[in-house]
Design a protein around this ligand. Structure first.
Ligand SMILES: [Zn+2]
Ligand SMILES: [Zn+2]
Length: 397
């Protein structure tokens, strides 16, 4: 099946890889994707897509609509790619390395953008073979987690209503030719956490006249580690991380205020509720025990990405017909980072899958590292899987 699709992919692959390299050489930070979105819009116009809308206060997101001309059911499928880069100095050594000092596509969004453009090209060539609509979401500002919300505020999941949605993300933990899937959670929910500890100032030689905030704060940090290991079923995953501590007075004084900043990462709503309650109880309980005044602020930042099994099975099924996919791997665990694609899955069932980008025999170059690397051969694979899955969903629902 879809031999014509495979042939079409072969014919377009080199050019799409060139777009990917051009975007890689000219990376742009969240909300500043001006050149990237101009390139995307130029190509979409050349393909003859029906609708192109700019999204967000920076107007660097793009939502495009392509309508099939065949008779049949009028479904609408959305495909999302993020397009922004990171404030990292690239040291990957590739010939098409970043020309902007301190800005780097260290998460693979250059390949995501090119793959989705390639998919739009494929589907516009094939528009007389399907009915319904495909929406292409070229989302700005994923790394700073603002673009996804702006896409939702712009109502991209309605008019026409999106019946199902897909996205892929590069994964350097698996090889080119491999696709990674899971049946439930793909990324974590994240809540920001701020704990303020107030005590009573005293000279360090007379600690019995004061309340030691550094002792209380350190006890809170260590005690909260027991939440993930002692209060959660070992098959679930959630934890507290502190990334910043600030406070105290000097070598010889105790009792100055201490602020702890961190986050709670979780998958299930019930676990989120448990952690909210227990973080407050433990932090204020330690404060009571050590005579310190403790306040806890929790601010939800991102919801988890939970995929739909029907959609995951669709990816498994279409991958059997994509010759360049050697195998589909069931990933053992979700990524515990946040991903604002979660908002799209709140509005419609769908999936997020992982595209293997590591060169067989090559080094492991982790996401967001200075030498992150995407093997170009992953680009046509991503295009073919997305296009095949979109055609399948438009035809079969
Ligand atoms: Zn990313
Ligand atoms: Zn990232």
């Amino acid at each position: 099946m879809n031999e014509s699709l495979a042939t079409l992919v072969q014919r377009k692959a080199d050019e799409v890889i060139q777009w990917r390299r051009r975007i890689h050489e000219n990376p742009e930070l969240s909300f500043h994707e001006t050149e990237t979105s101009a390139l995307i819009e130029e190509k979409l116009r050349a393909f003859g897509v029906d609708v192109i809308r700019r999204i967000g206060k920076s107007q660097t997101g793009i939502c495009a609509e392509l309508y099939g001309t065949a008779d049949g059911p009028k479904r609408c499928i959305g495909i999302r790619a993020d397009i922004d880069a990171l404030p990292i100095r690239e040291q990957s050594g590739v010939p098409y390395a970043s020309k902007r000092d301190g800005v780097f596509h260290g998460c693979g969004h250059d390949s995501h953008a090119a793959i989705l453009l390639g998919t739009a090209w494929l589907l516009s060539d094939l528009r007389d073979t399907f009915s319904g609509c495909v929406k292409f979401f070229f989302q700005h500002a994923e790394e700073e987690l603002g673009g996804g919300r702006e896409f939702m505020e712009a109502g991209v999941m309605e008019n026409p209503h999106v019946d199902g949605v897909m996205a892929l993300h590069a994964l350097p933990d698996i090889y080119v030719g491999e696709i990674g899937v899971r049946d439930d959670f793909m990324t974590a929910g994240v809540d920001l956490l701020k704990v303020t500890v107030e005590g009573k100032q005293a000279h360090g030689g007379y600690p019995h006249y004061g309340v030691d905030t550094i002792l209380a704060a350190s006890t809170i940090v260590t005690t909260l580690q027991s939440l993930g290991s002692r209060e959660l079923a070992p098959t679930d995953c959630a934890f507290v991380t502190f990334g910043r501590i600030e406070g105290g007075i000097s070598n010889s004084y105790i009792g100055g205020p201490v602020v702890l900043e961190g986050c709670i990462r979780y998958l299930r709503k019930t676990t989120q509720e448990l952690f909210h309650r227990r973080v407050r109880e433990i932090a204020t309980g330690v404060g009571t025990a050590l005579k310190a005044n403790v306040t806890v602020e929790i601010t939800p930042e991102m919801i988890p990405t939970c995929v739909d099994k029907t959609w995951v099975d669709r990816i498994r099924r279409v991958c059997r017909d994509v010759a360049s996919v050697e195998r589909v791997i069931d990933l053992p665990s979700p990524a515990m980072g946040g991903e604002d694609y979660a908002y799209y899955l709140e509005k419609a069932p769908g999936t997020l899958f992982r595209l293997g980008v590591r060169t067989p025999g090559g080094p492991h170059c982790p996401t967001h590292s200075i030498n992150f690397y995407v093997d170009d051969r992953a680009v046509p694979i991503g295009m073919e899987v997305l296009a095949a899955a979109a055609l399948d969903a438009l035809a079969r629902g």
